[in-house]
Design a binder for this molecule. Structure first.
Ligand SMILES: *Cc1c(COP(=O)(O)O)cnc(C)c1O
Length: 472
C-alpha cells in the first residue's frame, strides 16, 4: 500500500468509524448471530491474489458487523464498560503508524519515556503514594491487562518471599497466596502459571453481607501456613470486586501483611480510576501505607480502548530481578549505563506496544476535569437506576453502588426466573446486562459507564426490564 493509497483508505476507515459510532444505536446491542454463522460467511481459504481494500470494508458491513456485540452502545450494561473514545482510537492509530517495538529504552527512547511520564501522571491523578512514582524506588508500567499485572506481582512477590532464589531455583519450597471468594480469577490463574498451583491459593472468608475480605481470617490462614512451614508470598485485596464492586478493607489487610512481611497487591482493575474524583479517594485508604503493588485498568472505565492496564510497584527491584534475563543480542550501552528503564523487565513478554500514546491522547484531550466528569456521570446514572429499582416493590437492589455498577433482582423470583428475565431482555437487543451470584442467589448486574449513555437510556432500560418482568 503506497502512502497515497493509505491516505485514501485511511480516510475511508476513519469515516467508517465515525459513522459507526454516530449511528451505533440502530444496532441491537448484543449480536444476533448463531454459533458458526460469521465463519460460514467467510472463505475457508486465504486469497491467493491481493484484493482492493474496498472489498474488506464491504465485508466489514456485510459479515462482521452483524456478529458484533456493541460495547460502545449506550444500552450496553453487561460486565464492566470497555470504553473507547476518539482520542484513544487516534492514539492507537498513531501507535500503529509509528510501528514501534519498545522492548528496551534503546529500541525507541520516546516509547519508554512517554510511558514513564504518563504512568506518573496517572499516579498523581489517582492520589497514589510517592513510592509508586518513577523517581522513587518504585514505578509504574503499562501492561496489556490486570491479569498480566497480577502475574507480575505474584512473580515479584515470590522472588521477595523466596529470598531472591525463586528465579534461579523455581518453587523449591512451598508458597501460598491469599485471595477471597470475590477476588478475580486472574489471581488463581497467576498462581497456577507461577507454579504455586491452585492448591497454594488460600481463600479468605468474606463478610456475608458486604462481601469484604475478613482480615481476622486472613491472619488465621497466614499463621496456620507459617506454622506448617509454608511461605506466604502475596495477599490480594480488591478495590471494586468484579461481581459486586465490594471494597476490601485494604488498611486492615495491610496491617496483617506488614506483621508478616507479606506482599500486598491491590487489584483495582475496574474501580481504581474512580479515585481521580476527590470524593472517591477513600477507596484507596491504606494503599499509601501498605500496598506493594497496585493495578487499575484505564481500558475499562477511563475512555481508553483495550488494551491498557496499569501496574505500579513500590519497589521495582524484585520485579526486575524476577523477570530480567539479558541475552547478548539485547545488550546495549544505554541499558548498561543503568540510566534508563527497560520495561521488558517489568512484564511477561519481551515485545511491547507503544500504548502510552493512547493514554497520553486521552488524558490530554479530556484533562483531569473531563475524566472526572465522565466518571461522575456514570456514578450519577447508577444512582438514578438504583433509585428506580428501589422504588418498585417487586424488585430489590443492593445498597452498595459507589461506582457505576448496580446489582438487583426481582424480589420474589427464583434464580431460573431471574435468569430468564435477563435472557429475554438481552435477546431483544434493547439492552444488554449480565449477572452474578451472591450467597447462592442470582443477581442482575447493571454496569453503567459507556460515554454515550444518558439518563434517558438508563430510564428506558429500566422500563424495558420492568415490562419484560410483567406489569406491576
Ligand atoms: C476486569 C477485572 C480483572 C481482569 O482484567 P483484565 O485486564 O481483563 O485482565 C481483574 N480484576 C478485577 C477486579 C476486574 O474487575
Amino acid at each position: 500500500m503506497t502512502p497515497e493509497e493509505f491516505r485514501r483508505h485511511g480516510r475511508q476507515v476513519v469515516d467508517w468509524i465515525a459513522d459507526y459510532l454516530s449511528t451505533i444505536e440502530k444496532h441491537p446491542v448484543r449480536a444476533q448471530v448463531a454459533p458458526g454463522q460469521v465463519r460460514a460467511m467467510l472463505p475457508a481459504h486465504p486469497p491467493e491474489h491481493g484484493e482492493p481494500y474496498e472489498t474488506v470494508l464491504a465485508d466489514l458491513d456485510r459479515v462482521i458487523l452483524p456478529g458484533i456485540t456493541h460495547w460502545q452502545h449506550p444500552d450496553f450494561f453487561a460486565y464492566f464498560p470497555a470504553n473507547a473514545s476518539g482520542p484513544a482510537i487516534l492514539g492507537e492509530l498513531l501507535s500503529a503508524g509509528l510501528g514501534v517495538q519498545g522492548m528496551v529504552w534503546a529500541t525507541s527512547p520516546a516509547c519508554t519515556e512517554l510511558e514513564t511520564v504518563v504512568v506518573d501522571w496517572l499516579a498523581e491523578l489517582l492520589g497514589l503514594p510517592e513510592r509508586f512514582r518513577t523517581d522513587s524506588a518504585g514505578g509504574g508500567v503499562i501492561q496489556d491487562s490486570a491479569s498480566s499485572a497480577a502475574l507480575v506481582a505474584v512473580l515479584a512477590a515470590l522472588h521477595r518471599a523466596g529470598g531472591g532464589k525463586v528465579a534461579a531455583d523455581g518453587i523449591a519450597g512451598r508458597y501460598a497466596i491469599y485471595v477471597s471468594s470475590q477476588t478475580h480469577s486472574a489471581l488463581e490463574k497467576a498462581g497456577r502459571i507461577a507454579g504455586i498451583g491452585a492448591r497454594g491459593v488460600r481463600v479468605v472468608d468474606v463478610d456475608p453481607e458486604t462481601l469484604e475480605m475478613d482480615p481476622g481470617h486472613l491472619r488465621t490462614l497466614l499463621e496456620a501456613d507459617l506454622a506448617e512451614g509454608v511461605v506466604p508470598a502475596l495477599v490480594c485485596a480488591t478495590i471494586g470486586t468484579t461481581s459486586t464492586t465490594a471494597v476490601d478493607p485494604v488498611r486492615r489487610i495491610g496491617e496483617v501483611c506488614r506483621e508478616h512481611g507479606v506482599w500486598l497487591h491491590v487489584d483495582a482493575a475496574y474501580a481504581g480510576v474512580a479515585a481521580i474524583c476527590p470524593e472517591l479517594r477513600w477507596i484507596n485508604d491504606g494503599v499509601s501505607e501498605y500496598a506493594d503493588s497496585y493495578a487499575t485498568n484505564p481500558h475499562k472505565w477511563l475512555l481508553t480502548n483495550f488494551d491498557c492496564g496499569l501496574l505500579w510497584v513500590a519497589d521495582r527491584r524484585p520485579v526486575v530481578e524476577a523477570l530480567s534475563i539479558l541475552p547478548e543480542f539485547l545488550r546495549n550501552a544505554a541499558s548498561e549505563s543503568g540510566e534508563v528503564i527497560d520495561y521488558r523487565d517489568w512484564q511477561i513478554p519481551l515485545g511491547r506496544r507503544f500504548r502510552a500514546l493512547k493514554l497520553w491522547s486521552v488524558i490530554r484531550w479530556y484533562g483531569a476535569e473531563g475524566l472526572r466528569a465522565h466518571l461522575r456521570t456514570g456514578i450519577e446514572l447508577a444512582r438514578h437506576f438504583a433509585g428506580l429499582v428501589a422504588a418498585d416493590p417487586d424488585f430489590e437492589v443492593r445498597e452498595h453502588h459507589p461506582f457505576g455498577l448496580v446489582c438487583f433482582r426481582p424480589a420474589r423470583a427464583s434464580d431460573e426466573e431471574t435468569l430468564a428475565l435477563m435472557e429475554r431482555v438481552n435477546a431483544s437487543g434493547a439492552l444488554y446486562l449480565s449477572h452474578t451470584k451472591v450467597n447462592g442467589q442470582v443477581l442482575l448486574r447493571m454496569a453503567i459507564g459507556a460515554p454515550a449513555t444518558t439518563a434517558d437510556h438508563v430510564t428506558a432500560a429500566w422500563h424495558t426490564l420492568r415490562q419484560a418482568y410483567g406489569e406491576p
